[in-house]
Design a protein around this ligand. Sequence first.
Ligand code: GLN
Length: 499
Amino acid sequence: MVSPMKPLHEMGVAELGRALGAKSVSSTELSQHLLARVTAAQALGAFLHVDAETALAAAAAADARRAAGETGALLGVPLAHKDIFVTADMPTTAGSKILAGYRSPFDATVVARLNAAGTVSLGKLNCDEFAMGSANENSAYGPAHNPWDLSRVPGGSSGGSATAVAARLVPAATGTDTGGSIRQPASFTGITGIKPTYGVCSRYGMIAFASSLDQAGPMARSAEDCALLLSAMSGFDERDATSVQQPAQDFHAQMLAAREGATAAQPLKGLRIGLPKEFFPAALSADVNGAVRQGLAELEKLGATLVDVSLPRTELAIPVYYIIAPAEASSNLSRFDGVKFGHRAAQFDDLLDMYKKTRAEGFGPEVKRRIMIGSYVLSHGYYDAYYLQAQKLRRMIADDFQQAFTQCDLIAGPVAPTVAWKAGEGADDPVKAYLADIFTLPGSLAGLPGMSVPVGFGEGGMPVGLQLIGNYFKEGQLLHAAHALQQASDWHLQAPAGI
Ligand code: GLN
């Protein structure tokens, strides 16, 4: 029954939902097809855990719901979760040895909501240890590889999610973004990802890195697919005190809603897109600049106007983030001590020795570095000099955005200063990787929604993403602009060779 369609793995979430609704394919067939691809693509390092039995049981349940007359855009659609979301039916490691063998008694809210919508999880996806990193090379379980060029990183920390979606192993995946971990890997692998406003998705069951910054979001191959997933993932959750109290939203409808004054040829007529001059520094690679400008020219053709704005504290976002995030991490990670979760040292003298040995064995070098930095900036005598100053600057960075949004509706720029780099390149210089976060950190610190949308290719034929940042709760506007761009262009439809 599937022959007249394009290959199942080429189909996105929306398309699959329609095919499932038309009964031209079953969730079981679809899941089997993708599970076979996952097995064949093991060398990519995208998955940390695959569970065919659980997946096929969920697929059969979705097929039974369809057979009973139930509908729903996501009912029976396969995906996979970043291994930072706890799941009751599969192990969760957060990419860390310290959580080896850990099984959560409950599902993260984001996972529970997607399950309720009928999505079928094929497994858990590789990521940097506790989401700390930009290349997926800080995973205790080995790296993931960029399907566009296996010698390059897929970005991070949601590197497994990006690899799996770009390699057509799953149509979509969950990710998390603390300082860019959805947007940057999406950019590096030519897929579409959205980090919503802080508070839109519940953090319950999402293993905490830096709680005032962590947000969940979807990664897929189009803005439309992201909109469908985000609608199911988001919404108030009484178990997360920072979850925003607002009714569930239909981001797909918001994405489709026509702008006032828009025409068929110019769906973005009247949309003002601000280009912060700090996002286009002289040091920006020419290839990234070229692709971003190409995307902006397309948005202009669709009716948007480009205006110059300024985010004067952009550079300060790096030191501010790399004080606040480790400070919060040092506190959050104190719970991993060998008592309740995962790994415990085999031999120890007393309780303190057990903590020490467990943590020394269980955490990787980047996590240890951040715990030490975090403990340092929070310690007596340094708190005022570092942590407090960083908090004050964080507010000023957020204020700069509000100033810019008096002149524009959306902000645009690159996601990262370069395309995906070669594996191993950042290994001995963590600061180099920190500096490459410059364009994603400001929006994270401000708690604003941001997207990465493919806009072409740069050095080595590697994908380049355009970053779009909206004001608080303007996910619908972001998705609308990204969708209009994708209706008029085909960068997002390009697949890596041999996939
Ligand atoms: N690259 C950033 C870091 O290493 C962001 C990570 C993230 O968003 N989780 O902290």
